[in-house]
Design a protein around this ligand. Structure first.
Ligand SMILES: NC(=O)c1ccc[n+]([C@@H]2O[C@H](COP(=O)([O-])OP(=O)(O)OC[C@H]3O[C@@H](n4cnc5c(N)ncnc54)[C@H](O)[C@@H]3O)[C@@H](O)[C@H]2O)c1
Length: 253
């Protein structure tokens, strides 16, 4: 039996945890060879182990997406191992520190923008030439509902995610006629280590986060993986430039 991603090579950043790990696992399950990138190299290797244990194919790369040299090396490693990159899920991100705009530190601003926004741009800058050479590809950038609506206490994070939405639309227009689709995934509140850090795993804070969700629960990394995989798949062949909210109704409220 063949599946949608048989023979395809997919790069996933931030794939050592949460949404990125679940997505790498689902791409592999659907037949892709997966390049698992993360600034936490050991966690990237753990993701690869889980893929191999289930009979899939993947390699790990230790990459800080805010570093142009490391992003270039990541793409070179993908090409050396598999010879092409068909899809990229530029998912790596950090929440930064919680503080309102006037109290946001310059260090927090700079690091959050460097990882979340510059990181996505650096990844696309390295991936797009490869896809142009191949005659096409699909890119999904991980934004957030915090890129569509405000979120008090996370100014740098919201600015970075709003920037990803605009960057995604721009790249989608630029490469629409060259066979490259570029979309943004905008998750709602998803139960990952990132949310555990924000809530401190305290029941009251968790219920406040859950209360933001019209469906009455947090989403799962596996549900985000389904959305990322679909946006990358040929089944989404007419979808580009779209900020896709997979959010339990968060932005409808
Ligand atoms: N969890 C949510 O509720 C939620 C909601 C909206 C958007 N998102 C976005 O989803 C993405 C994944 O988040 P998650 O919830 O799975 O969090 P997570 O913390 O579980 O995973 C993020 C991964 O990114 C990696 N990473 C961090 N900085 C990096 C860097 N500089 N270079 C490479 N890798 C780096 C981390 O090591 C980690 O493995 C992020 O972009 C996040 O902003 C998450």
């Amino acid at each position: 039996m063949t599946d949608t991603f048989d023979g395809k090579v997919v790069l996933v950043t931030g794939a050592g945890s949460g949404i990125g790990r679940a997505s790498a696992q689902l791409f592999a399950k659907r037949g892709a060879r997966v390049v698992v990138a993360d600034v936490k190299g050991e966690q990237a290797k753990e993701t690869v182990n889980t893929i191999e244990q289930r009979g899939g194919e993947a390699i790990a790369t230790h990459t800080d997406v805010s570093s142009p040299a490391e992003v270039a090396a990541m793409v070179q490693r993908a090409l050396a191992a598999y010879g092409r990159i068909d899809c990229a899920f530029n998912n790596a991100g950090i929440e930064g520190e919680m503080a309102p705009t006037a109290q946001c530190s310059e260090a927090n601003w700079d690091r959050t923008i460097a990882v979340n926004l510059k990181g996505v741009w650096l990844c696309m800058k390295a991936e797009i030439p490869v896809m142009l050479e191949q005659g096409g590809g699909a890119i999904v950038n991980c934004a957030s509902v915090a890129g569509l609506v405000g979120f008090a206490g996370l100014p740098a994070y919201c600015a970075s995610k709003g920037g990803i939405v605009q960057l995604t639309k721009t790249a989608a227009l630029e490469y629409a006629q060259q066979g490259i689709r570029v979309n943004a995934l905008c998750p709602g509140v998803i139960h990952t280590p990132m949310v555990d850090r924000l809530t401190g795993e305290e029941a009251e804070a968790e219920s406040q986060f859950t209360a933001l969700e019209p469906v009455g629960r947090m989403g799962t990394p596996e549900e985000m993986a389904q959305a990322a995989v679909w946006l990358c798949s040929d089944e989404a062949s007419y979808v580009t430039g779209h900020p896709f909210a997979a959010d339990g109704g968060f932005v409808a409220a």
